[in-house]
Design a binder for this molecule. Structure first.
Ligand code: HAM
Length: 419
């Protein structure tokens, strides 16, 4: 048997119900903040991510699924959505002189080491806003995420960390100072950090190694390099968060793994998923539109890691009352199958949202009732000769012995099923 590719999961029917619930809830929250959906391709030119996410990032350097198109073009499965989102809005002239608030969702692909909460195909819902330079939009996005957690009932399992990286000039100056500090002691750094010193030195601040963290104690600090304007932006953001009552912590070491960020960066973290603490992350990326060939456009956004949110939701609500069907129609005589199908259609149009399963494949009443039970239905409708004209229906409540089995005229039956 050919198996699934490592790190690419099947999400089985039992789990998809929870996924739907989580996705529906987040999409409803996005809609309530008046964000609009954009759908983006899974494949893009590799160059988009090299230029957008950054050549020296782990994602572009070693995690992309890259392939040659038949005409030789280099394509990559998207490792994230922000670069594609900018590309699409720019390509369709939707950024110049306009504001945009959009969201997207779907699978992303990164060749990472798979473990619980970390997959090679994983799912994100992202939200991005363009044309808003002030900290009010940073706050609105954090409020949007906060509302998502509340709607899902996982707000107590998450905490917010924020930081400012300053302007891209500040970032570059800080990077140089950090490299100058670390170069003379590079031999003492862990292997990963030694490599990062050459490619993406600020990520060394993220290192989980205590020895590396100890070496960083005397290092230059990012906040000392942040210009006055960015500092003011950051302070205003904090004031807004205080006013709306979103708790947060400033973490001066939070730098993020993608190259496009300027000023505000943030992560929503949990301690309940082992090493995979980040459940949602993002920040401001005022330079990216220009870097990808557009006019300077302020931008800010985040992406929710759906796989991790689903895991948290499972902890918050371990048992959900999902059953495959609500109503099961037992067909007592083969010649009644057409009537049963007509009945099921009528009920579906009258009983909104109820899942109606019709018995397929015949079988004695006992067998059909067993199937109704396996579907965890609340009701069985027993369709026999007496109900052929559908003037009445025989209902059996499968969870309420008191109701038992009753033959009711159509309207009464409908009222019961609707209850
Ligand atoms: P990111 O931090 O790379 O940012 O990913 C965002 C979230 O996606 C992470 O916090 C995590 O929950 C989830 N995630 C990332 N990799 C994996 C994986 N291998 N398995 C499972 N979940 C994963 C971005 O992608 C940016 N585009 C976010 C953004 C939007 N910034 C501005 N706008």
């Amino acid at each position: 048997m050919v198996k699934a590719v490592r790190g690419m999961r099947d999400i089985l029917p039992e789990q998809t119900r929870r996924w739907h619930q989580v996705e529906r809830s987040i999409l409803a929250t996005l809609a309530s903040h008046a964000f609009e959906e954009i759908r983006l391709p899974l494949l893009e030119y590799t160059e988009l991510f090299a230029r957008g996410v950054g050549e020296a990032t782990d994602i572009v350097e070693k995690e992309m699924y890259t392939l040659a198109d038949r005409d030789g073009d280099s394509l990559s499965l998207r490792p994230e959505g922000t670069a594609s989102c900018v590309r699409a809005l720019q390509e369709h002239g939707l950024l110049y002189n306009q504001n945009q608030r959009v969201h997207y969702s779907g699978p992303m692909f990164r060749y990472e080491k798979p473990q619980k909460g970390r997959y090679r195909q994983f799912y994100q819902i992202g939200a991005e806003a363009y044309g808003f330079a002030g900290p009010d939009m940073d706050a609105e996005l954090l409020l949007l995420a906060w509302d998502c957690w509340h709607a899902l009932g996982i707000q107590d399992r998450l905490r917010l960390e924020i930081n400012t990286l300053g302007s891209s000039k500040d970032r570059a100056a800080y990077r140089d100072a950090l490299v100058a500090y670390l170069e003379p002691i590079q031999g003492q750094l862990d292997e990963d950090s030694q490599r990062r010193l050459l490619t993406n030195p600020m990520r060394i601040l993220d290192s989980k190694k205590p020895e590396t963290q100890a070496l960083l104690e005397g290092a230059p600090r990012l906040p000392d390099f942040v210009d006055a304007e960015s500092r003011e932006h950051f302070e205003k953001l904090q004031q807004l968060l205080d006013q709306v009552g979103i708790p947060y912590r400033v973490n001066a070491n939070l730098v993020r793994g993608l190259d496009y960020y300027t000023r505000t960066v943030f992560e929503w973290l949990t301690d309940e998923l082992g090493a995979q603490g980040a459940v949602c992350a993002g920040g401001r990326y005022d330079g990216l539109v220009e870097r990808l060939g557009g006019r300077p456009t302020p931008a800010v956004g985040f992406a929710v890691g759906l796989d991790r949110v689903v895991l948290l939701h499972e902890l918050a609500e371990p048992k959900t009352a999902f059953a495959p069907a609500d109503i099961y129609i037992c067909v007592l005589d083969e010649s009644l199958m057409g009537t049963a199908m007509a009945l099921s259609q009528r009920l579906r149009s009258l009983l909104e949202g109820q899942r109606i399963r019709i018995n397929i494949g015949g079988g004695a009443l006992k067998k059909q009732m067993k199937r109704a039970d396996a579907a965890q239905a609340n009701w069985a409708i027993l369709l026999g000769d007496d109900e052929r004209d559908l003037g009445s229906l025989t209902l059996k409540h499968l969870r309420n012995a008191e109701f038992g089995q009753q033959r009711l005229v159509w309207q009464q039956a409908l009222d019961q099923l609707n209850d």
